[in-house]
Design a protein around this ligand. Structure first.
Ligand code: MG
Length: 299
């Protein structure tokens, strides 16, 4: 079932009764890592188990952007607009230079290989924050089984110095992450064990001096499904993947409403006109919906 579920009157002002959910393209195995390129007017996203990154534009439709992709998962753009990505199979964070070269920014912590970086976000100071659960090491489907050398952690990378710091180490399966619009808070999804999922919540932390996290607490428990990926809007609401579509969660942690997609979603990104179109990874299809709210902009 598609449509909207209204849990709070504010949600009525965010959705448009005459803007339906659109399927942009389908035939993928599992869409992930969407990121909008306003200067190119296109969307990139991962087709994770197919080991490729796709490009979609309104004018050109969908095409392969990069294959193989190292089983790419989450994506973001840095302050220069370069693509920053997570590779499951290569167990690293990459950056695609303007000339197309793909460089590895981080693949080890204190001499040990990262697990399978899952999702990534770039802060306004250029630092790269990412989660490193073992999911991509546990199946051949998502990258190939390999041994973990590190526990699940969340990292902050300074690409200018190469310094990699742990900012959180008490997660079972850290997954999606995003900052509040003013970057005073960092939200991190916790999705638990791959085969026996327990934790299904988003935790929120205070960001201290732009570099550390403190005062972690549960922000919202997602049901049905889990918070694989999410993004903040201009008001500080969090739009999260879930088992029945996209959940809009207010800054207080209350569920405001649901964009029903008829099935599970994994990740999303604001883009297109004034960042008011929400691109939604919905399992084997890439969807989008115009909203009356804009995605948060980096301060
Ligand atoms: Mg994820």
């Amino acid at each position: 079932m598609e449509g909207f579920e209204i849990h709070d009157p504010a949600f009525r002002t965010y959705v448009l009764p005459n803007a339906p959910l659109e399927t942009l393209a389908e035939g993928f195995r599992w869409c992930e890592g969407p990121v909008w390129f306003a200067d190119m007017n296109h969307l990139l996203f991962s087709d994770l188990p197919n080991d490729r990154i796709m490009r979609w534009s309104q004018a050109g439709g969908v095409e392969v952007f990069r294959a193989p992709s190292g089983f790419a998962n989450g994506h973001a753009r840095d302050l220069q607009g370069r693509l920053v990505g997570c590779s499951h199979r290569e167990r690293c964070i990459t950056r695609t230079e303007h000339d197309g070269r793909v460089v590895v920014l981080a693949d080890r912590y204190r001499g040990r290989r990262l697990n399978a970086p899952n999702d990534v976000v770039v802060k306004s100071d250029g630092t790269i924050w990412f989660t490193d659960p073992p999911y991509g090491l546990m199946t051949d489907y998502e990258g190939g089984r390999q041994e973990a050398e590190l526990p699940s952690q969340v990292f902050r990378l300074d690409p200018r110095t190469g310094t990699l710091d742990v900012v959180a180490d008490d997660f079972v399966g850290p997954n999606g992450l995003c900052f509040s619009p003013d970057e005073s808070l960092l939200y991190i999804g916790e999705t638990g064990d791959l085969f026996f999922p327990t934790a299904q919540h988003i935790r929120v932390f205070d960001v201290i001096d732009g570099a550390r996290l403190a005062n972690g607490r549960v922000f919202h428990t997602v049901a049905p499904g889990f918070a694989d990926g999410f993004r903040a809007d201009e008001h500080g609401n969090i739009w999260s993947s879930a088992g029945d579509g996209v959940h809009c969660i207010g800054p207080s942690g209350a569920l405001l409403g649901v964009v029903k997609t008829g099935g599970t979603t994994s990740n999303l990104a604001f883009g297109d006109r004034n960042r008011s179109r929400l691109f939604i990874c919905a399992s084997h299809r890439m969807c989008a919906i115009f909203l009356n709210v804009r995605g948060a902009q980096r301060p």
